[in-house]
Design a protein around this ligand. Sequence first.
Ligand SMILES: [Zn+2]
Length: 223
Amino acid sequence: MGMVEEAFRGIWPDREIKYDFSIKYSGKFKGYNANVKMAGGKIMFSLSRNWKQISKDIKIGLLQELLARLFNEKITTPNIDLYHIFLKKVHIAVPKTKTEPMLEESFGRVNEKFFAGIIEQPNLKWNNSSTKLGSYDYGSDTITISSMLKNADSEMIDYVMYHEILHKKHKFSSKNGRLHYHTREFRSSEKSFPNSAVIEEKLKHLKPARSQAKKKFRFFKFF
Ligand SMILES: [Zn+2]
């Protein structure tokens, strides 16, 4: 039995396997990212090359999590739990190669002011998103900030940076097969940023009119 079959059986012991599974290791992913695609009867997993050296038990957890997302089912297994533990610790092993001067300054200010300087600097980069002001990616330990903020007041950048650092700090919790990022604890930490209500209002005006919804900081892509 292949590893994907084993992962599949660990979730659905009795379900018929009517798919062709494949796993490919790819250099296109940063850190420990991965994804899965289904086309026809084929289910194709792509994993960052770094996964090659990771133990099978953890890898099965990753495959199970991807299967659960693919089939849109809420699932918990011992392997998924193991994979979550791995994901919460993996930032220690991820190389820090990316930085940008303006983001590094913001990170430094926020780290000193709110975290007594104890948060290890993640990879920092800009992107051109017009729908998300920021995101944190666990698999590559990367904070990405939208370039819409490049000309904004430093307190606005700092506020988004603070939000993303909180993701790095608080990680996530898993309940009934679902991952929670913006927990009550997270939200209460978030409010301790001075002037946060006013800044939130200002941030809304940065956004294109049609996507002013609450999606602002939606965290995405966490593998
Ligand atoms: Zn968030």
